[in-house]
Design a binder for this molecule. Structure first.
Ligand SMILES: *Cc1c(COP(=O)(O)O)cnc(C)c1O
Length: 433
């Protein structure tokens, strides 16, 4: 208890003044139980909590921190931005340079509009798709997460049995325009188009799912979505808030060779500062105000500090052609170690990984969609999570989330993680024997 006294005291204070004790639910440890660790300092791949305990961090800003915590290039860029005076709400040079640099990574896109979060970028992309097609329908996938704007919060199972249900606080009518399918199920998408095709404005998808744990697209799935959208006059929207600038310099569109009509970005792109972006062809983007009639605005959009940090990240990515090869190698090494741990342990676990994103599912079979992700044991993950925490490794505090390797994770960090997992898995196994 001594080692969490300060985090526990802060949790108690937080619960009095913040709903659920947090500003975003994923931080609350509700899914794993116990006391969230309040992080006092962070550097590279490591964080130190208020009680002075150090962890190897795999939360990594929920994927935002590609180069690890507080990389020098970002710190220096932010210091320079502060010296120049951090204003906002007026045009400035860095917005232009940032947009040019982003589009340099996205050869399929011609323009980009910046927002303050992934949520806002998705909200605006959905509005843009609806405005451009004159249709209201939205097709999304069970287990996908696209931020917390109304339309994309409609959820449920995409098997045609459970009707989509609006979340609390949404008007009931909102579910009328949202269709669901299971991830990786092209036939279900085809069926939705067959029935509702003329009303579907857009298909929105995380090209690699990160928010039901890491689930890779089956071969041909993204290309299949592309051709169905083209055939039915719907827009294909890639939610690349996690995958953008992480699984390849040009994100999933580059890695899988499938071109969306619109893509939204966030997380990595801000270099740790709040950001979102919508990219696409000029004839689509020009429909946004003031060039066109579709509303989007933001006092802080294109904020100088965000532009400085984002430019620093994009410069670092551009200057380091081996960066993504090293991230892949670190991911492969962690995967090999964890798979060996699992084999030795005999526990039914599935290690899923795409590049530097990974999830250990306590599930009986390979996870391909929400249905199979939902079969994973949250209770076992909770035991594993806390056993890892005790061994100095801070994983994502939920069974169905992605963990992230950064460029700052060293071979020694990976080795320590693999040996911690060997002990943690044995502990979970012993508990369930
Ligand atoms: C995090 C996330 C969002 C929302 O981004 P915020 O910046 O948290 O609003 C949207 N889509 C995906 C895939 C995400 O992981």
């Amino acid at each position: 208890m001594g080692l969490i006294a300060r985090s526990a005291a802060l949790t108690e204070r937080a619960r009095r003044v913040l709903p659920g004790g947090v500003n975003s639910p994923a931080r609350s440890f509700r899914a794993v139980g116990g006391t969230p660790r309040y992080i006092a300092r962070a550097s590279g791949a490591h964080v130190v909590d208020e009680d002075g305990v150090e962890f190897i961090d795999y939360v990594m800003g929920w994927g935002a921190l590609l180069l690890g915590h507080a990389p020098a290039v970002v710190r220096e860029a932010l210091e320079r931005a502060l010296i120049d005076g951090v204003g906002c709400g007026v045009p400035h040079r860095a917005e232009v340079e940032f947009a040019e640099r982003v589009l340099g990574r996205l050869p399929w896109a011609e323009q980009v509009r910046l927002t303050n979060s992934g949520t806002e970028a998705v909200m605006t992309a959905v509005r843009l798709a609806r405005g451009a097609t004159g249709r209201a329908g939205l097709l999304k996938f069970s287990g996908g997460y696209h931020g917390h704007s109304d339309a994309v919060l409609v959820s449920g199972h995409g098997d045609g049995q459970g009707a989509p249900s609006p979340a609390a606080g949404l008007p009931a009518g909102i579910a009328r325009d949202v269709w669901l399918a299971e991830f990786n199920d092209l036939e279900a998408v085809e069926l939705r188009f067959a029935t509702h095709g003329p009303g579907i404005a857009a298909v929105i998808v995380e090209p690699v799912s990160a928010n039901m744990g890491v689930v890779a697209p089956a071969p041909g799935f993204l290309a299949g979505l592309r051709s169905l959208c083209t055939r039915h006059g719907a827009l294909l929207v890639f939610d690349e808030v996690v995958t953008g600038f992480r699984i390849a310099p040009g994100g999933a569109a580059e890695r899988f060779g499938v071109t969306p009509d619109l893509a939204v970005y966030g997380k990595v792109l801000g270099g740790g500062m709040p950001v979102g972006a919508i990219a696409g062809a000029a004839d689509l983007l020009q429909r946004l105000a003031p060039a066109g009639p579709i509303a989007h605005a933001g006092t802080f959009a294109g904020h100088p500090a965000t532009m400085a940090a984002g430019l620093a990240i994009l410069t670092a990515i551009g200057a380091d052609p081996d960066l993504f090869t090293r991230l892949e190698a670190a991911g492969a090494s962690l995967e090999a170690g964890l798979v060996a741990d699992i084999a030795r342990n005999g526990h039914p676990c599935q290690l899923a990984r795409v590049g530097s994103m990974w999830t250990l599912f306590f599930a009986p079979a390979t996870v391909v969609n929400w249905r199979s992700a939902d079969a994973a044991s949250c209770e076992r993950y909770g035991l594993f999570f806390h056993a890892m925490l005790e061994r100095g490794v801070h994983l994502a505090p939920s069974a169905l989330e992605a963990n992230f390797i950064s460029a700052a994770h060293t071979a020694a960090d990976i080795d320590r993680t693999v040996s911690a997992a060997a002990g943690a898995l044995a502990e979970v196994h012993a508990y369930h024997r």
